[in-house]
Write a protein that binds this ligand. Structure first.
Ligand code: NGO
Length: 548
């Protein structure tokens, strides 16, 4: 009996020694600090206990249109660089984005170089030469051989989407910001890919709670990694006005002084900060759509300027969470001067085609007044060369333009079919499926329940093209997941509500509907756990997902 125990102890000890030795070999063989042609960033290695999680070509989210696996592997060598075709500064910037993602974890000091043809083996190559027009502006073809990684896009946007696929085909540890042991292996094969819908977005409400420029940028960056392309910025509501309007400065200075729960110091973006966010989104091929909510949800504006109120008296600022009590004064001409000034200033700062004018829950406005107001707002938006988008209630106006968009949200009283009958397109954000502020479960600490509980499965199992009767085919512009922030206070809260649901909405917007199902998706999503962890995302470990 005793002998047996000793034998067992020796065996375990030998095994431990063998494992340690094997690990040492693995780390030294791939040690990024080993001599090579370039000087790596001297950050200490944080070893991953289990080693890099192997990725397969089949774990990409959103699921690509087509994947052909050739069964081999490409190992990113420490000498690797990213080559882009010469004469296109835009491609150099895309290459740099990828280099900036790969360098901290690999320590390879990857540079972006230009070339007039395929580069030497052992590199990454991004080009629009030979790009396939049938893949569209955001489509790409990624080819990984044992020698080279090549992304060909018809347009630079396609290359940017394609490099997100490269990130996901590398081990999850690539997303760390500290040096990690390799090897940085990718499966070989070909991915041909393009999006199903033109609009794949998320909205962030910075009015109920204010978020810093850095937080907003992080949200945009996380969106980019799942190929989303529209950032809807909810900039005003009853509780706060968040953008400096030079012709009406009190909106930001006074109206930006509150949020849900109390006061908030300087809680607005200067125009320079707004432009910085626009440019940040643009460099990730994400269009920013600003929203100024009206005629309801306007208490912060009404509190800032007495003349915007029908009775000429400014109400107190509001820090609660009720909706539907405020309205701009529909009959006063100053109201339209205000709207025109705000939209003119914002349009000048916004390169995207759309201006979101809210239009939801105008319960303090009669229908006749509402219709008259929104009709005039549509004229103003178009006068500033933008297309109007509003929450679906805007479909009630008689002259709804075909270029205007109604955003479906209210599942009990939908105006989406009316919008389609008038020739306009619909953006899908059904509250019971796509609202990121709904709780996952009854006991989720954050969020609301008015539209129902949305766990990761519920959030994934629907189709934007069939969810509303009378709104299908070409009438559906895309899908957007709004994050309202009545109960959301920190960036960590934002991440908890958006992840892991947002990658699912990204897939609904990007991937073909055929062949998609929850049972397959949940496994793929589970494989993204280590990736989200490496990105530092505070995601919710929903138990319906088999997390790796
Ligand atoms: C509604 C309302 C918002 C709330 C949100 C909370 C729309 C379009 N208007 O959605 O003001 O913040 O619900 O879930």
């Amino acid at each position: 009996m005793q002998k047996k125990n000793i034998f067992r102890t020796v065996l375990v000890f030998a095994l431990v020694l063998m494992i340690l030795a094997a690990n040492a070999i693995q780390v030294s063989a791939s040690n990024p600090l080993a001599p090579k042609t370039k000087t790596p960033t001297p950050t200490p290695i944080t070893p991953t206990p289990t080693g890099p999680i192997p990725t397969t070509i089949g774990n990409i989210i959103p699921m690509p249109v087509s994947i052909t696996s050739t069964g081999g592997s490409f190992v990113l060598p420490s000498t690797a660089d990213i080559y882009v075709e010469s004469g296109m500064a835009e491609l150099t910037a895309i290459g740099q984005y990828l280099a900036d993602k790969l360098n901290p974890s690999t320590g390879y000091g990857i540079q972006v170089l230009t070339t007039n043809g395929a580069p030497p083996n052992g590199n990454i190559y991004l080009t629009t030469v030979g790009g396939d027009a049938t893949l569209g502006d955001e489509g790409y073809q990624l080819t990984v051989t044992s020698n080279l990684v090549t992304v060909v896009g018809y347009k630079p946007a396609g290359l940017f989407r394609g490099i997100q696929t490269i990130r996901q085909m590398l081990p999850a540890a690539i997303e760390n910001v500290t040096l990690q042991p390799g090897p940085w292996k990718m499966a070989t094969g070909t991915v041909r890919d393009y999006p199903r819908f033109a609009w794949r977005g998320s909205m962030l409400d910075v009015a109920r709670h204010f978020f810093s420029v850095a937080d907003v940028k992080r949200y945009i960056d996380l969106m980019a990694s799942y190929k989303l392309n529209v950032f809807h910025f909810h900039l005003s509501d009853d509780q706060g006005w968040r953008i400096m309007i030079n012709s009406w400065p009190n909106l930001a200075i006074y109206g930006g002084g509150t949020q849900v729960g109390g006061t908030c110091t300087n809680c607005y973006y200067t125009q320079a900060q707004y432009s910085d966010i626009v440019a940040y989104a643009q460099s990730r091929y994400i269009t920013l759509v600003p929203e100024i909510d009206m005629p309801g949800h306007t208490n912060a504006a009404l509190a800032s300027y007495a003349e915007l109120n029908c009775n000429g008296v400014a109400p107190a600022r509001y820090t609660g969470t009720n909706v539907g009590f405020s309205s701009l004064c529909i009959s006063k001409s100053i109201t339209y001067t205000f709207v025109d000034d705000v939209i003119r200033e914002l349009a000048a700062l916004t390169p995207g085609a759309y201006m979101h004018v809210g239009g939801d829950e105008a319960s303090s406005t009669t229908t006749a007044d509402y219709v008259s107001f929104v009709s005039q707002v549509q004229t103003i938006v178009q006068a500033h060369n933008k297309q109007m988008i509003g929450w679906e209630e805007i479909a009630q106006i008689n002259g709804l333009s075909a270029s205007s968009v109604a955003q479906h949200w209210n599942t009990s009283d939908s105006f989406a079919p009316t919008a389609v009958q008038k020739g306009a397109k619909v953006l899908m954000s059904p509250a019971h499926k796509a609202y990121l502020d709904m709780k996952y479960y009854r006991k989720t600490q954050l969020g609301q329940t008015w539209a129902g509980l949305i766990n990761t499965q519920t959030g994934y199992e629907w189709d934007p093209a069939t969810i509303v009767n009378g709104v299908s085919g070409g009438s559906v512009l895309g899908v957007e997941a709004p994050l309202w922030t009545e109960t959301i206070v920190t960036m960590s809260d934002i991440e908890f509500m958006a992840y892991p649901r947002l990658p699912g909405y990204a897939e609904l917007g990007w991937s073909p509907v055929t062949g998609r199902n929850w049972n397959e998706y949940k496994v793929r999503l589970g494989s993204h756990g280590p990736r989200l962890t490496a990105m530092g995302v505070n995601f919710y470990r929903d138990t319906v997902v088999p997390w790796q």
